[in-house]
Design a protein around this ligand. Structure first.
Ligand code: GRF
Length: 313
């Protein structure tokens, strides 16, 4: 970080990097602690997770980020400023860097939170969660212990099996004769989650309304992803609601939120926006929102699993 970035800078300019925004891979936290390595040495020797640095004009920042953020985790890391004589060319606030490194070290030291993912279909969000929890650089602080589907033979189950994650089909159709079919089905799901030691539950396209008992059992540990910028367009067909709105909004997106007893009303953890284009159909917008979802859900899970986000009420 300290020696490569200056290669693209004239001597009279410096970069000021915001260490609070750096996504430092856990291995550097371990390395710093184990090797008793100072911040400066760490920054001089390693990239600390920064793969590629682009220097762009401020007026182009948003446009460049639009192309890089979702697919490549691109983010705004700092600014280029004029460089007073005898000052370093890469300026990083030491306290912020230490705090970020310590956060990463805490993640490495804590056991990973066990996650149960509930699905009903394709499971592309499940796949994003699998990739993030398996990534050695993302530092999710979580691992998927079980994937439960209320439908047999769906693609999501194959994705889980391919990743060697235990799966279970619990069909809601088996509970129709119970006095309270919804609550009884939910109890069976909770029992399966508990049997796998689950601490966090992610609803990734789970097409069921949950009973109040289930929501209370998992309160503060239950995340859902919804394809709109809540509180806009809750409930079914969030994408169609956005396409059919008159006048049309210029942006849509997705929301990861804690689940409460309402429909898509719980506290918001992460939102990602995408543009709505003039020629968009429900399909093209849904695809764009899906890309945002695959970015947002892992980030929200990381916030919850590492204790950086929690339910406030
Ligand atoms: C997503 O659009 C999500 O917002 C909604 O259900 C869909 C699931 O898609 N809750 P996938 O099964 O993860 O591909």
């Amino acid at each position: 970080m300290l020696e490569n970035i200056p290669r693209v800078l004239p001597d009279n300019l410096s970069v000021h990097l915001d260490a609070t925004k750096m996504n430092i891979p856990p291995v550097f936290g371990w390395l710093a602690a184990t090797g008793n390595i100072s911040n400066t040495e760490l920054q001089r020797t390693y990239n600390c997770g920064i793969g590629l640095v682009l220097v762009v004009e401020p007026k182009n920042t948003e446009r460049v980020l639009d192309g890089l953020r979702l697919a490549h985790n691109g983010q705004l890391l700092g600014t280029v400023q004029s460089r007073p004589a005898n000052q370093p060319q890469v300026v990083i606030n030491d306290e912020h860097f230490t705090a970020n490194l310590q956060r990463v070290q805490r993640v490495v030291q804590q056991p990973k939170k066990k996650v149960g993912v509930l699905i009903s279909g394709t499971g592309s969000n499940l796949q994003a969660l699998i990739n993030a929890t398996r990534s050695s650089t993302f530092g999710s602080g979580a691992e998927i212990a079980v994937v439960i589907s209320n439908k047999a033979d769906v693609l999501g189950l194959k994705r889980a099996a391919a990743a060697n994650i235990p799966t279970k089909v619990i069909s809601h159709l088996n509970f129709t004769k119970a006095v309270d079919p919804r609550a009884t089905f939910d109890e069976a799901v909770t029992a399966e989650l508990e049997a796998h030691g689950v601490e966090i539950v992610c609803l990734a396209g789970f097409m069921r309304i949950l009973s109040p008992g289930f929501v209370r059992r998992w309160k503060g540990s239950l995340l859902n992803i919804h394809p709109s910028l809540l509180p806009k367009y809750p409930g079914l067909n969030g994408v169609r609601q956005a396409i059919e709105a008159n006048p049309r909004d210029s942006v849509s997106g997705c929301t990861v939120h804690f689940v409460d007893e309402g429909i898509d009303t719980g506290d918001i953890v992460v939102q990602e926006t995408v543009p709505i284009l003039v020629n968009d159909t429900e399909d093209t917008l849904a695809q764009r929102i899906h890309q945002a979802e695959h970015y947002a859900f892992p980030h929200a899970l990381r916030l919850l699993a590492t204790g950086a986000a929690s339910l406030k009420r």
